[in-house]
Design a protein around this ligand. Structure first.
Ligand code: SF4
Length: 344
């Protein structure tokens, strides 16, 4: 195991920083641009494969850490969704998912190893928290999926392991790098959160053009605390007030996510409660029918219940879509693959 985490890895650096680095190695400045292209466009995994570099230079820096992970395990679902377990430099394992559609390739990235939020319906939450990811470890996930599919990534969603707003600085750096260095439009990047006090405002102050999604998952405070234990530190009125501030500061709308759990939060009464909270928001609600982790767990609602819930929101003129998790067979829900292969 190398100690890449404490060493100054190359991935995540700007073209100016890479130019500085090659000059420190006694090379001309233009090699910085070459390095930049090989890192972000060609997905180089080691400096020894950069054939435009002189052989002697390549050999002298062959062991220098770039910051790439290794694919530890990969599984493909019948709908072509690919789920990856990636081994980081310190041996820890994270998940990333590649979701292809007709013209797009979306990557679901992790922002932490594990997650401290402990949401009751989430496999990652049940596994505990280890550490935050560095920005380059987030960028690496996108490059890895891009390379494995042999197709450019068009969209990135921060909906894998972890709560992105706990790791705000590294997530913002990763967003900037994915935009500037990898070439993905900010509007094609989605940051999703269950809500951390004051952090929505802090994110707004960065004035990014990203899509911002808040996971409500419950229509009242009591139920929310049962599903998201950390919600007791951040009550619904405060969360919604910060969402309103986010809209004011950024001029961008907030999308709300709501996981549908059978007989828990999916009745027409719950839908009515939700409508009251969303008054005054120009919003879109994504309903996500639950992906069961095990038989003893929460259940996915019947199609009839999903439709009833959707109709109540639509009647109140709330834009709503139902988003089914892709790759159900490949354990595509957050944290499921790592949980099911924890012995590997
Ligand atoms: S749902 Fe998201 S925030 Fe909640 S425990 Fe899972 S990864 Fe963490």
């Amino acid at each position: 195991m190398t100690n890449q985490l404490t060493k100054d890895v190359l991935l995540g650096k700007s073209v100016e920083e890479l130019t500085q680095w090659v000059q420190q190695q006694g090379q001309p400045a233009y090699r910085g641009k070459q390095l930049y292209q090989w890192l972000y466009q060609k997905g180089a995994r080691s400096l020894s494969e950069i054939t435009v570099f002189p052989k002697k230079f390549r050999e002298s820096v062959a062991e220098y850490p770039i910051g790439r992970s290794e694919i530890h395990f990969e599984s493909t679902a019948p709908d072509s969704t690919r789920k990856y377990l990636l081994r980081l430099a310190d041996g820890l394992i994270i998940e990333a998912v590649g979701i292809p559609t007709a013209k797009r390739l979306t990557v679901c990235v992790s922002s932490q190893v594990g997650c401290p939020m402990a949401c009751d319906f989430c496999a990652t939450g049940k596994g505990g928290f280890t550490r935050n990811l560095k920005a380059y470890e987030i960028v690496d996930q996108v490059l890895t999926v891009q390379e494995d599919f042999g197709q450019r990534v068009s969209n990135v969603v921060f909906m894998g392991m972890g709560e992105p707003l706990i790791n705000l600085d590294e997530v913002v750096s990763a967003v900037k790098s994915l935009n500037k260095d990898v070439g993905i439009g900010q509007r094609s990047l989605t940051i999703s959160t269950v809500g951390i006090s004051d952090r929505i405002r802090q994110l707004a102050e960065h004035k990014l053009q990203v899509t911002f999604a808040v996971s409500l998952h419950a229509s009242n405070q009591k139920l929310r605390e049962e599903l998201i234990p950390n919600a007791k530190n951040y009550r619904l009125p405060q969360l919604l007030a910060e969402c309103r501030e986010y809209v004011e500061i950024t001029g961008r709308r907030v999308t709300f996510e709501y996981i549908l759990l059978s007989e828990v939060n999916d009745s027409p009464q719950h839908a009515q409660e939700l409508i009251k909270h969303l008054k005054g928001f120009q919003t879109h609600v994504n309903l996500i029918p639950y992906n069961p982790i095990s038989e003893a767990d929460y259940q996915r609602p019947s199609q009839q219940r999903i439709e009833k819930f959707t109709n109540v929101l639509q009647k109140a003129k709330i834009a709503v879509s139902v988003r089914y998790s892709r790759g159900l067979e490949a354990n595509a829900a957050c944290g499921q693959l790592r949980a099911s292969r924890s012995a590997t």
